[in-house]
Design a binder for this molecule. Structure first.
Ligand code: NAD
Length: 492
């Protein structure tokens, strides 16, 4: 039994515990043992962080971009050196396998690398002689204090979609991590402290709704980045913007994947199993509905049922484990209830992952891979985000019918097609109503140098996370029109 670690806020360059706050247990989802206690910080804690950030901003925005990124180069080196420890922490609090945690860290570090290009990325532009003797320039300036509110499923990568761009462009950044997984960000912030960022440039305030509301309402916070479920994304977008802040809010998903009869079935099944069951289905880019077209139905159904039944489930740090638990007992119960609802609505449970335990981890929150066949397109289960290792199967006769099913949904995070036909792939790319498209790809996750382009109910705002969108989101443009009248006949 390991003693539960106390999680602290990192405010004004130091570790801090709020004087009054409730403490919440953080449990390892594979063992159900408490491994940490996290404070639910009150509004006053947010206020202290904002004041420290406003103070730090005065000097930080004047620090040349080239100097600001030197801190990020050091942060990258420290993250690489501590990758194993960070990955183990992710597995212990979020449940994913060690390999998945390492991959998450890699995707996070890539964002730090891209943000090191800020001196070029935040350049403006100009014109000489917009009128005789008059020049015009566009500069990008930081906003001030900005904040990010992040979900449980990528405790390192998602904060890193925002932090490096925010500080490289000259802002001061406050992170409100998910209260379900606060240990990874505590470790990241310990590295921030080791790097020696000036006090107040990067801070964390742990907590839940009260802490979030304090950030949304604080007049000193200029911009809010959010990733999480759609109802909360909508709420945060409307409250932040009503308070005059910039907001980018990424929401939930229900990602359809079309499988054409000419797809390479062995490759497709392998990739689809990883997409649907990787990270126990707790990825906003998980395949959740597979739509087979024509003859693809029989082969794919048989292959994917095999892949689901043979996936090794267990504690993510154990050798050979391919899938870990879901985040908590509420989540397990919600997923199992939705599976039952699918059956009531007319689907057939082809592979049932309910009521199974893992030897040695009998208390863990495990749901095994599950496949629902023949899910009716108009059913609730066809459009509800399950966020667990459950793949729904639907069947269509033609690509037109399949596209109609793809586009008949509120979310628009990702849509994929598996085919060997360029024409089918192009048509899909052109017509699918989603912002991230995969062609023979199961998780179409944009690299750090592309924006993460969710659409529809998967995103509220206009500028997405990562890359150029991040630079634009965290800067405001300033136009300067300039004239220097002088006597041209005079010599210098
Ligand atoms: P969540 O919405 O429950 O929580 C996200 C954050 O919001 C947390 O920090 C939480 O403390 C805060 N929060 C929760 N309820 C709140 C409320 N009522 N008021 C104010 N703040 C609140 O999401 P989660 O369960 O942590 O994460 C899973 C969800 O995130 C899924 O829906 C998944 O699809 C989505 N997600 C989306 C993306 C994307 O890029 N679109 C990426 C990862 C996860």
């Amino acid at each position: 039994m390991v003693a539960a670690e106390q999680v602290h806020n990192f405010i004004n360059g130091d570790w801090h515990s709020p004087a009054t706050s409730t403490l919440l247990d953080v449990k390892n989802p594979a063992t159900a043992q408490a491994i940490a206690r996290v404070p639910l910080s009150p509004a006053e804690e947010v206020n202290q962080a904002v004041i420290a950030a406003q103070k730090a901003f005065v000097e930080w925005r004047r620090t040349p971009a080239l100097e600001r990124i030197q801190y990020l180069f050091r942060l990258k080196a420290l993250m690489e050196a501590n990758l194993d420890d960070l990955a183990r922490t992710i597995t212990n609090e979020a449940g994913k396998t060690y390999g998945e945690s390492v991959a998450e860290m890699r995707r996070g570090i890539e964002n730090v690398e891209v943000a090191c290009g800020i001196p070029a990325m935040m350049q403006g532009y100009n014109n000489e002689d917009i009128a005789s003797g008059i020049d015009e320039h566009l500069f990008r300036q930081p906003l001030g204090v900005v904040a990010a509110i992040t979900p449980f499923n990528f405790p390192a990568m998602i904060p890193l979609w925002f932090l490096p761009y925010a500080v490289a462009t000259g802002n001061c950044f406050i992170l409100k991590p998910s209260e379900k997984v606060p240990m990874t960000s505590q470790k990241l912030l310990a590295l921030v402290q080791q790097v020696g960022f000036p006090a107040g440039v990067i801070q964390t305030v742990n907590g839940g709704k009260e802490t979030v509301d304090a950030l949304l309402d604080h007049p000193g916070v200029r911009a809010i980045s959010f990733v999480g479920s759609t109802p909360v994304a909508k709420y945060i977008y409307s409250r932040a913007t009503a308070n005059g802040k910039r907001a980018q809010c990424q929401g939930g998903a229900k990602n359809p994947v079309v499988i054409m009869p000419d797809a390479d079935m062995e490759m497709t099944t392998r990739i689809m199993a990883d997409s649907a069951f990787g990270c126990a289905g707790q990825r906003c880019l998980a395949a959740s509905v597979a739509i087979t077209v024509g003859d693809a139905k029989n082969t794919f159904t048989e292959f994917i049922a095999d892949a689901a039944s043979s996936r090794k489930v267990g504690y993510g740090l154990d050798e050979g484990v391919q899938m870990g638990p879901v985040i908590n007992p509420d989540s397990k119960q919600r997923i199992e209830t939705l599976i039952a609802q699918g059956e009531t609505e007319g689907a057939k449970i082809l592979v049932d992952g309910r009521s199974k335990t893992v030897n040695g981890y009998e208390d863990g929150y495990f749901v095994y891979p599950t496949i629902l066949d023949g899910v009716p397109p108009q059913s609730n289960i066809a459009s509800t985000e399950i966020f667990g290792p459950v793949l729904s199967l639907m069947h269509a006769n033609t690509i037109e019918d399949a596209l109609a099913l793809v586009n008949n949904r509120a979310y628009g995070n990702m849509a994929c097609i598996f085919t060997s036909s360029g024409a089918a792939a192009r048509r899909f790319r052109y017509e699918a109503d989603a912002g991230n498209i995969g062609i023979n790809i199961g998780v179409a996750a944009p690299m750090a140098f592309f924006p993460f382009s969710g659409w529809n109910d998967s995103f509220f705002g206009d500028l997405h996370a990562q890359s150029w969108h991040g630079v634009e989101f965290y800067t405001q443009t300033k136009i300067v029109v300039e004239r220097w009248p002088r006597d041209w006949s005079r010599q210098f």
